[in-house]
Design a protein around this ligand. Sequence first.
Ligand code: BTN
Length: 301
Amino acid sequence: MTPEQLLSLLSETWTSWSELCRVTKTPQTELARALRELQVRGFPVIVEEPGARLAPGTPAPQMLLPLLRGKLGRPYRYLGTVPNTQDVLRAWSEAPAGALVLAERQTKGRGRMGRVWESPPGNLYFSLLLGEDVDDLLPLRVGVALVEATQVGHLKWPNDLLAPDGRKLGGILVERAGSRVFLGVGVNVEIAPLPTAAALREFRSVRRATLLADFLWSLESWLSEKSSVVFAAWKKHSITLGRRVVIQTARERIEGLALDLGPNGELLISTEWGLRRVTTGDVELGAAQDVEDPQIGQGQA
Ligand code: BTN
C-alpha cells in the first residue's frame, strides 16, 4: 500500500484506524508512517485519535472528479509540494488538452513578468493544458471565468483578480510551447501571502474543490463564447477602463487614461502623445475619470 493509495481512501470525514487497517490490510503503525509521509509531502491530511481525514475542501481526485461537469480537468494529477505546476504540466508530455495539475504548495511559483508567485498551503495553484484552438482573448476569457467562480472582486487588465479593496486575490499566467498552451491560475483562498494580497476567505467561505470545479465549468463555456460577449462580460467586471493608469512594459512606462480594449484584448490608452495600444505590461491604477475622449470607439463593444 503506497501513501498515494492511502490518500485515495480518505474523505473529509474520519476514517477510523480500524477501518483503514481492515481495508488496507496494514498495521496501524505502518499506516501512521504513510500518513506522516503524506503530510510531509504537503497533503492536508489530518491524523488524530479517531483516525484520518482530509481538510475540508481538499481537491484530492476522489473529491474533485465527482464535481466536474465538463471536459476540462481530466486527466488530473493531484500533487503535494512541487516547484510549480506549470513545469510539471510541461514535463507531462503525453497530457491531452484538458489535463490538470494541481499542487498544495509551490516552492518556485511563477508569476507574470518573471515575478515569484508566493504559494503557501491553503490556496489554489493549478495548471491546465489547452490546445492550439485558443485565441488572443484567452486571458480575458479566463479572467471572466475566474471572477464568476469566485463571485468576488474585479478584473484588472490584463488578468488580475482583485478584491473589492484592490488587493490581489488571484493571477493568471499563460505560457506557450508550440501548440501547447499552459494556463496557470493561482487564487489566494485561505492565505494572503503578502500585505498587498487578499484571501477569498475574508469575503466568503469557499471550498477549494468546489471553486475549482466551478471555474473549470465556467471556463469551458467562456472558451467557446463569441468575442463580443467576452468583451462585454470582461468590461462588466473591469476596474481598469475609465481610470488613469501607469503601465510598465518591458521597454517603457506609459501614462494615460485606459479607454477601451482593442480587438485582440489589448489595452487602448489615451496619452498626451496620442492613442497607445498596449499588449502586455503591469498596470498601476489611478483615479477614475470620465471617458470622454474623441479617440474612444475604436475598441470593442
Ligand atoms: C500573476 O503574476 O498574476 C500570475 C500568477 C500565476 C500563478 C499560478 S499558480 C499555478 C501556476 N503555477 C505557477 O508557477 N504559476 C501559476
